[in-house]
Design a protein around this ligand. Structure first.
Ligand SMILES: Cc1ncc(COP(=O)(O)O)c(C=O)c1O
Length: 421
């Protein structure tokens, strides 16, 4: 069969496709350590609350009919949008109107739309999305309908103590050209758990404003929900910013509900794209999310359950790492937010992809780091020396899985030493 260039990309396999396959194909039982994928923690308080709301909705015929028996608006549920406008305006001085918000079927879906809205060919010239600091979210890489559209900058690597490091924005390398279409950053960053400082965000904002480019902020893990962020960080929005948010990481990825906050022209475009690609966004979950906003129930879930769980989980995972990798050439990115540990093996004698395969043979599923560097030269060793570990799942699996990773690194170091002696 003859496929288009666009089609062939999917037949050749994609990083995010592999990641989702690992998530879906793993048997429910057996000696597996599920440290791959981006599943959030299954927190009882969130699940129970949502189950109660779903139950109420099902028992109420009027609500049930509105949620299940008709297509919603292509912009997304009007009711949810009005709750979001009120909620965000109460917390931030953004003066949003309903025409500033669109709902999407998950924020992954929003990124497909946003990147192709700005990046790609215009007047015969390829226009690119600048990722000012890779590593960046694996889900961006393959969304381009046409040619690859990402350009990216390497970070400055700052060593922190004996076992940690932190990526800093390389402000000297920060520049755009006539073919830059937009700037995008995830904050907190997937895969690293980095949180760009307010100063770094100001530098990006100024660069975007002065070149009349949109700044896309992927806030999948940030405030006000799910607020999986352990350091102070100010969230800003203006007409030049496109803010992407998601309900996935509060613990409800199955609802596939994303939010875009942007100027009305962009929201109109997303609305049209929603109509073409999906007719409308799923309205079943939207009606339940509206209820989460009444009486600040969402804030309570965050402050009582979500935030404390991830803060203590990050602390514990870091202490595990320090104990298990104490004598090994390994460092971890300072976990400032999100749900991952990003581990760097500066002396890794094989690629992180080979390491991933070796670990997979032992039942330990992680994500190899090279997928997170779209637009970065393949010859940069650092690109092949890191792995991402999801810390949100079962604690025992995390502890044992990390130990198996440490054992593998030790075995590799010994083999390598023997080879060179
Ligand atoms: C940084 C980031 N952005 C976007 C997404 C997409 O999430 P969703 O489509 O579930 O909203 C993810 C998922 O893991 C993510 O980590």
């Amino acid at each position: 069969m003859v496929f288009s260039d666009f089609g062939s990309k999917f037949l050749d396999g994609t990083g995010i496709g592999e990641l989702m396959r690992d998530l879906a194909d793993l048997p429910e039982t057996g000696d597996f350590y599920r440290l791959g994928g981006g599943n959030p923690a299954n927190l009882a308080a969130v699940t129970t609350k949502f189950q109660q709301l779903a139950q109420q909705s099902i028992n109420d015929t009027d609500q049930f009919e509105r949620a299940f028996t008709r297509y919603g608006a292509a912009q997304g549920s009007k009711q949810l949008i009005s709750y979001l406008v009120e909620y965000l305006n109460e917390r931030y001085d953004w003066q949003l109107q309903p025409q500033n918000i669109a709902i999407t079927n998950g924020s992954q879906n929003a990124f497909f739309m946003l990147f192709n809205l700005f990046g790609g060919v215009r007047d015969g010239v390829q226009r690119n999305i600048l990722l000012p600091m890779a590593p960046e979210y694996i889900g961006y890489e393959d969304v381009a309908i046409g040619a690859p559209m990402f350009t990216a900058n390497k970070p400055v690597i700052e060593l922190v103590g004996e076992k940690q490091f932190k990526y800093r924005l390389d402000t000297n390398a920060l520049s755009v050209d006539a073919n830059t279409a937009a700037i995008c950053i995830s904050r907190p960053t997937n895969p690293t758990g980095n949180v760009l400082t307010d100063n770094e965000m100001t530098a990006l904002n100024q660069l975007a404003q002065s070149n009349d480019l949109p700044l896309i902020i992927d806030n999948a893990y940030g405030a006000p929900f799910p607020d999986i962020i352990h350091v102070p960080a100010t969230l800003t929005w203006d007409e030049n910013t496109i803010l992407s948010m998601s309900f996935s990481k509060i613990g409800l990825p199955g609802t596939r509900t994303g939010i875009v906050v942007a100027q009305p022209e962009i929201i109109d475009a997303i609305t049209q794209m929603n109509a073409v690609m999906n007719l409308s966004t799923g309205s079943a979950a939207s009606s339940l999310f509206c209820k989460l906003f009444t009486n600040s129930q969402i804030d309570q879930l965050i402050s009582d359950s979500i935030k404390p769980f991830y803060a203590s989980r990050a602390e514990w995972a870091l202490s595990l790492f320090k104990a298990q990798f104490a004598d090994l050439p390994a460092r971890v990115h300072v976990p400032e937010g999100s749900i991952f540990l990003w581990i760097w093996f500066p002396e890794l004698p094989i690629s992180s992809f080979e390491l991933y395969n070796r670990l997979k043979n032992k039942g330990v599923i992680v994500v190899p780091g090279h997928y997170f560097f779209p637009g970065i030269d393949n010859n940069w060793p650092h690109k092949h020396q890191c792995i991402r570990v999801n810390i949100a799942g079962d604690g025992e699996q995390l502890q044992q899985g990390m130990q198996l990773i440490a054992d593998e690194i030790k075995a590799l170091a010994i083999t390598d030493r023997n080879k060179t002696e």
